[in-house]
Design a protein around this ligand. Structure first.
Ligand code: GRF
Length: 217
C-alpha cells in the first residue's frame, strides 16, 4: 500500500488557509499528513498553528542566502529529505523560483484571492474592489514560473456589493478560500488531478459529483 501523502506548507503570515487544510485532514476528509511548515517570517502566526498541531516547523531567513534561487534550493532540499509529495503555498509572500518549481513540477499549489487571470499579484482583492467588479472570487492553481499563471484547479465566485470595502470583500473571499483549498488538496491526494498543458482535468468518481464544487460555494 502506498504511504500517506506527505504535504509541506509554505506560509509567511496568518496561516488560516494552512489551518483549513489541517482541519480537513483531522476531520478525516483528506487522507494526507502535513509534515512540515516552512516560513520566511519568524513572526508568522502560521508557526503557532503548526506547533498547536505538532507539525515540524522550519524558519529560513532569506537574508542569509545570496539570492532567491539559493533560498529555494535550500527549501527543495528540506522537502526532498522528508520525501514531500505535495507543496502547498498558503499566504506565502515570495515568488517561487525554478529551483523549487522544477523538482516539484505540478506538485506545488497556490491559492490566489481573485478569479485568475484577472487581478494577479499581491493585492488581488483590493484590485478587484477598486476596479468595481460585480463578481469576485478565488483560485487554486498549480505554480509555474510566472506569477499566478499556473494551471487552474478550482475557482469559486462570490458577489461584490456596491458598499463593499476591501475588508468586507476580502472576508467573503477568504471564507471561500477555506472551502476550495482543502477540496483541491483532497483531489490531489485522491490522484484525481490530471494536468494537460494549461488544463487541469478532474477525474470524476461519480456522475458529475464535481459540480458540487461550483454550486456549494
Ligand atoms: C489569502 O487571502 C491568500 O489567498 C493569499 O494570502 C492570504 C493568506 O491568508 N495568497 P492566510 O495566511 O492563509 O490566512
Amino acid at each position: 500500500m502506498k504511504d500517506i501523502l506527505k504535504i509541506a506548507v509554505l506560509a509567511s503570515g496568518r496561516g488560516s488557509n494552512f489551518q483549513s487544510i489541517q482541519d480537513a485532514i483531522e476531520d478525516g476528509k483528506i487522507k494526507a499528513k502535513i509534515i512540515l511548515l516552512v516560513t520566511d517570517n519568524r513572526k508568522a502566526q502560521a508557526l503557532e498553528r503548526a506547533d498547536n498541531h505538532g507539525i515540524e516547523t522550519l524558519f529560513l531567513n532569506p537574508k542569509e542566502f545570496p539570492g532567491r534561487e539559493a533560498f529555494d534550493s535550500a527549501i527543495a532540499s528540506a522537502f526532498r529529505k522528508r520525501q514531500v509529495d505535495l507543496v502547498v503555498l498558503a499566504g506565502y509572500m515570495r515568488v517561487v523560483s525554478r529551483n523549487l518549481i522544477r523538482p516539484f513540477k505540478n506538485r506545488i499549489m497556490n491559492i490566489h484571492p481573485a478569479l485568475l487571470p484577472s487581478f494577479p499579484g499581491l493585492h488581488g482583492q483590493a484590485d478587484a474592489c477598486d476596479y468595481g467588479v460585480k463578481i469576485a472570487g478565488c483560485t487554486v492553481h498549480f505554480v509555474d514560473e510566472g506569477v499566478d499563471t499556473g494551471p487552474i484547479i478550482i475557482q469559486a465566485a462570490v458577489p461584490a456589493y456596491d458598499d463593499d470595502t476591501q475588508e468586507t470583500l476580502s472576508a467573503r473571499i477568504l471564507a471561500c478560500e477555506h472551502k476550495i483549498y482543502p477540496k483541491a488538496v483532497k483531489l490531489f491526494a485522491e490522484g484525481r488531478l490530471d494536468v494537460d498543458g494549461r488544463k487541469v482535468r478532474i477525474k470524476r468518481q461519480k456522475k458529475r459529483e464535481d459540480d458540487v464544487l461550483y454550486s456549494l460555494l
